[in-house]
Design a protein around this ligand. Sequence first.
Ligand SMILES: CSCCC(=O)C(=O)COP(=O)(O)O
Ligand code: MG
Length: 227
Amino acid sequence: MIKAILTDIEGTTSSLSFVKDVLFPYAAERLPDFVRAHRDDPQVAQLLEDARAVADGAGDEDALIAAMLDWIATDRKITPLKALQGLIWEEGYARGAFRGHIYEDAARRLRDWHGAGLRLYVYSSGSVHAQKLLFGHTDYGDLTPVFAGFFDTRIGGKREPESYRAIAAEIGLPPGEILFLSDIREELDAAQDAGMETIALRREGVTGPFGEHPVVDDFDGVRPIED
Ligand SMILES: CSCCC(=O)C(=O)COP(=O)(O)O
Ligand SMILES: [Mg+2]
């Protein structure tokens, strides 16, 4: 019996286009100025140090910025970059430059499942801070209260079964009682290897392949409980 749902964001609760055409360009445009303005803030300084450790050969700040812009352009899920992006997006949400996109069916069903007693969790490559900002600023209001917890790549990569085992341990449920939703086959495979139930989302612009995972077009097709 499913007791918890773990959901991806991009391509699952929210559109690919919002992330690729709104969030990523906003972060790329502001990253150089943000780094120069905040390089001495302890949190930002630590993230830059962590990013530098990944960006082999980025000798000075300009080279590090260039490396991070390349990571954004190529959608690299580098943990310190994702944390920096979250800090930059915070300014965007506060200025009203954009709102967090979530499909209507996802907002409605998440609220229904929460009301029915299912425990809901997010697992995204976007930082936990970025996740809370997105779900806190949607056209359907603040959705953060429906979630019991948020996970990002600090717990491990999304294509590694060990990450899903660690999430199940943190949630405190056997993996078989957790349903994972995603648009990416490799993530679904990893969750399944860890023992979770899986369903693939085939949203606009998502083509698969999805292997043997059940496939639905939206959250109305997800039936974790009789309703
Ligand atoms: C938390 S919103 C930004 C999403 C993001 O940065 C990203 O890389 C999307 O990754 P996901 O794991 O949600 O597909
Ligand atoms: Mg996704």
